[in-house]
Design a protein around this ligand. Structure first.
Ligand code: 1CP
Length: 366
């Protein structure tokens, strides 16, 4: 196959480094912007490419992932691309069956029920063998981006993945997974450690393949309280960043890492001191108070309410201006507070991107 001949070397020179500079707190000529789920169903070309194809088959095709990743970059002047994939490829690599059912979302026919079920998981995962298709997609996409913008790799965080593996899909209460935390705390830690080990190898593999930044999605932080967060999420998030950074340093590399703990505002101070370069924020946090609580220790990313994209363009522009004034232009990456929804108008996404660029250039030039 042709993609096997494309190697992670001689990548095109990066032409727009605003996103990477902002991750490191360095000055930029404009505030960089990208959107979570920018490669998604709100784009007609995405729906057309995905039509009639199985979701995880698409994830396993490097050519398809590359095309879906590039689609939003062709349409909008985003400052970063994020590889098309899913967080649930990790439970698959550990031996679990996961299907994407239309109208229902991800579904595990046989979720974990009791601690004994941990024995059914692959104890050691060879990420090159099980997840090499993601690495190939990253290498191909980095070449095809032609240096236009940097490419972000990502993973789900241990608690979020554990929640899916026990719930068997999306959930409003996460009561099955939280039952484990309160009833089987030792087994919970065992599972979280197993996931952490796979995640570290997976992220390092993504960097070796060409990822220029990494985002860790703790999408289900919100169903934990501060005490459970400190025990079951934070230590693993920290361990991931420390181990990945240490390993990369040995080979002289420094790749920015972003942590996004959705609805985890109670953990903001801790997250800003957890070896990550950037803390992603959902829309429930006020920009100024986020700055105060993180004390200039990290860059911040976020956090417009995705639903603000339903507003008329002029209103979007005002909301963006206020957000920029709240965060300031240094060490800041504009984004939404969570992913784009499928019914959003691509035109308004374009208006959001333009508003970030225009207002931030105005502020920086005065
Ligand atoms: O057929 C489809 O296109 C289904 C929609 C879809 C898409 C576009 C799913 C199903 N996954 C994805 C891609 C995806 N998933 C990306 C691609 C890159 C981009 O952002 O453009 C990323 C980063 C993810 C990560 C992901 N998957 C998260 C973390 C981010 C978040 O939203 O909090 C989570 C929780 C998932 C699980 C998942 N995958 C898909 C759905 C509908 C869900 C959520 C289900 C649920 O919890 O109810």
């Amino acid at each position: 196959e042709k993609v096997d001949l494309i190697l992670p070397k001689d990548f095109p020179t990066l032409k727009n480094d605003a996103f990477l500079c902002a991750c490191r707190g360095q000055e930029t000529s404009h505030v960089p912007v990208w959107c979570m789920r920018q490669a998604g169903r709100y784009l007609p070309e995405f729906r057309e490419s995905r039509a009639g194809k199985d979701f995880f088959d698409t994830c396993r095709s490097p050519e398809a992932c590359c095309e879906l990743t590039l689609q939003p970059i062709r349409r909008f002047p985003f400052d970063a691309a994020i590889i098309f994939s899913d967080i649930l490829v990790i439970p698959q690599a550990m031996g679990m069956d996961v299907q994407m059912l239309s109208g229902k979302g991800p579904t595990f026919p046989e979720p974990l029920k009791e601690p004994e079920d941990l024995l059914l998981l692959q104890p050691k995962v060879d990420v090159n063998k099980e997840l090499g298709y993601v690495f190939k997609a990253i290498t191909l996409t980095r070449h095809k981006l032609e240096g236009k913008v940097p490419l972000i790799g990502f993973t789900g965080a241990p608690w979020t993945l554990m929640a899916y593996m026990i719930e068997g899909g999306g959930s409003t209460t996460h009561s099955k997974a939280k039952r484990w935390l309160y009833r089987h705390s030792e087994a919970s830690h065992k599972l979280l450690r197993m996931l952490t080990d796979v995640i570290v190898d997976y992220l390092l593999g993504q960097v070796a393949a060409g990822a220029q930044a990494l985002q860790v999605f703790e999408s289900h932080a919100g169903c934990l309280g501060p005490v459970e967060f400190k025990e079951f999420s934070l230590p693993y998030l920290r361990d991931i960043a420390r181990r990945v950074k240490d390993q990369l340093k040995e080979s002289g590399q420094d790749v920015p890492m972003i942590v996004f703990a959705k609805d985890g505002h109670y953990g903001l101070e801790d997250l800003s001191q957890s070896y990550y370069d950037v803390v992603g924020l959902d829309w429930t946090i006020d920009p100024r108070s986020a700055r105060e609580r993180t004390g200039g220790k990290v860059s911040l990313q976020g956090n417009m309410d995705p639903c603000a994209l339903y507003a008329p363009k002029e209103r979007i522009s005002e909301i963006v201006k206020r957000m920029l004034e709240g965060f300031g232009t240094r060490g800041y990456i504009a984004n939404l507070g969570h992913g784009l929804y499928p019914d959003m108008d691509p035109e308004n996404v374009g208006a959001f991107v333009e508003a970030v660029h225009t207002h931030s250039r105005n502020i920086l030039n005065h």
